[in-house]
Design a protein around this ligand. Structure first.
Ligand code: EPU
Length: 416
């Protein structure tokens, strides 16, 4: 198991360039399967979640070439095979293979996906979409055998705007007969990225980015190209690093609209932040006001920034209340922050963060990806040495995190 060591208290100055979005890339790669030709995806982040998807693609017979951040996928020799449980369980996004294979071959056999353990994370809404389009779903323990004589467009009304269920329904609908309408669809920018890619291959999708998405089925998808959008969660994490320790820290290659829920809160807290077309400059502030935050689907405050944000709230002058509405178990970072000197109380889905508190270096554990990001931020701020265990979780989602932070002045290293 790898560890990260940080000697805290160092000023962060210079530029951090944001990589391609994990949650876009992990959908674009399986979506490429729907093409019968060759697709190119640019700005793919080099993270372990992409390696896991790459492995599944090659297992299915695709030819994958990766040059720096470009991925070229030749689907011509693809075969529909059962994806082994160990591969499916490596990450949540493996379930995009379920829908892409179903959409392409009308039959798929796969296991329940993995992912960070931050709540139950059922897939009932994805299965609702499959069934609405004419598939029969047989569940045998952890295994799903999904079959459709014919896939036919239909109206799919999601019980909640789930990112995964929205993308999965799109992936099945693009080659179904007739028109599919997804109501109460998720509006995250990653969904727009996926729809644009599919349209580039020949699909007919409109309304992505709104709560009503229409898909007119087509027979064939050909070659295609996509560029992964900048990662708004990675951007948010480094903006928070700047709010904690920055001296005019520049965060570049961002789409400012995508992180507006965060930057508005930071302004409310008094953080000096200047926003330009595709970059921003952020510095630390010694007099931060507390704020109240409730996580919501896009464009609301993202659950994926809730844990990193908690580190900043520890330093604010007063009590902040943070409510997590998406996942029931996303406070596993809190006991570790408290060990480092924070004063945070958990009450159901809310935490009460009493500040300002001084953070002291300590040995902590990354229980999941964003909890890990929260602890890296705490380590950057803390006095003394912080050692973070189980950082494989962090490396799943942050490209070159060590190098990026070192380059702007952090004293951070990775060791076994
Ligand atoms: N939900 C259901 N049934 C479903 C689907 C979702 O009850 O069929 C519930 C979940 O239990 C959860 C909520 O709806 O409470 C949100 O789930 P959603 O399906 O939107 O999440 P996801 O697609 O599994 C993606 C990201 C997450 C991110 C969420 C919300 C990927 C691979 N993952 O998950 O990213 O938190 O959307 O924005 O795209 C992360 O990057 O750290 C991460 C967890």
């Amino acid at each position: 198991m790898k560890k990260i060591k940080i000697n805290g208290g160092k000023e962060l100055k210079g530029t951090i360039k944001i990589s391609g979005a994990k949650n876009s890339a992990v959908a674009l790669v399986p979506a490429s399967l729907l093409s019968d030709g060759i697709v190119t995806i640019d700005n793919i982040p080099n993270i372990s979640d992409i390696d896991a998807l790459n492995e599944i693609l090659e297992y299915l017979g695709a030819k994958v070439t990766r040059i720096d951040n470009r991925m070229i996928i030749d689907q011509k020799n693809l075969k529909n095979k059962e994806i082994p449980e160990a591969k499916a369980k490596k990450l949540r996004a493996s379930y995009y293979f379920m829908s892409a294979l179903l959409g392409k071959y009308k039959h798929v056999e796969m296991y329940f996906p993995g992912g960070c353990s931050i709540g139950a994370r059922p897939i009932d809404q994805t299965l609702k979409g499959f069934r609405a389009l004419g598939a029969d779903v047989l569940e045998e323990g952890n295994k799903f055998i999904i079959d459709a004589k014919e896939l036919k467009g239909n109206e799919v009304s999601l019980d909640m705007p789930s990112v995964g269920a929205t993308i999965n329904t799109i992936l099945v609908a693009v080659k179904a007969k007739g028109v599919t309408t997804i109501l109460n669809a998720a509006k995250e920018p990653e969904i727009v990225n996926v729809a644009t890619f599919l349209n580039n291959m020949g699909a007919k999708i409109t309304g992505a980015g709104t709560s009503e998405i229409k898909i007119v089925g087509v027979d064939k998808l050909g070659d295609g190209f996509a560029e992964v959008i900048p990662d708004r969660i990675e951007a948010g994490t480094y903006v928070l690093a700047g709010a904690l320790m920055g001296n005019e820290l520049k965060i570049e290659n961002i789409i400012p609209d995508h992180i507006e829920a965060l930057t508005l809160k930071l302004k409310e807290m008094n953080i000096p932040i200047k926003i330009y077309d595709d970059y921003l400059i952020v510095s630390k502030c010694d007099n931060m006001k507390p704020v109240n935050i409730k996580t919501q689907g896009y464009p609301g405050f993202p659950t994926d920034l809730q844990q990193p944000m908690t580190t900043l709230l520890v330093l604010a002058d007063g009590t902040s209340i943070l409510e997590e509405t998406i996942y029931e178990n996303r406070f596993q970072n809190v006991p570790f922050l408290n060990n480092m000197g924070a004063d945070i109380t958990i009450n159901g889905r809310k935490i009460y963060v009493k500040g300002p508190k001084k953070l002291k270096g300590s040995e902590v554990t990354a229980t999941d990806l964003r909890a890990g990001a929260c602890l890296v931020l705490a380590g950057l701020k803390a006095e003394g040495e912080t050692v973070i265990n189980e950082v494989e979780h962090i490396l799943r989602g942050y490209e070159n995190i060590i190098e990026k932070l070192k380059n702007v002045g952090a004293d951070i290293s990775l060791f076994e």
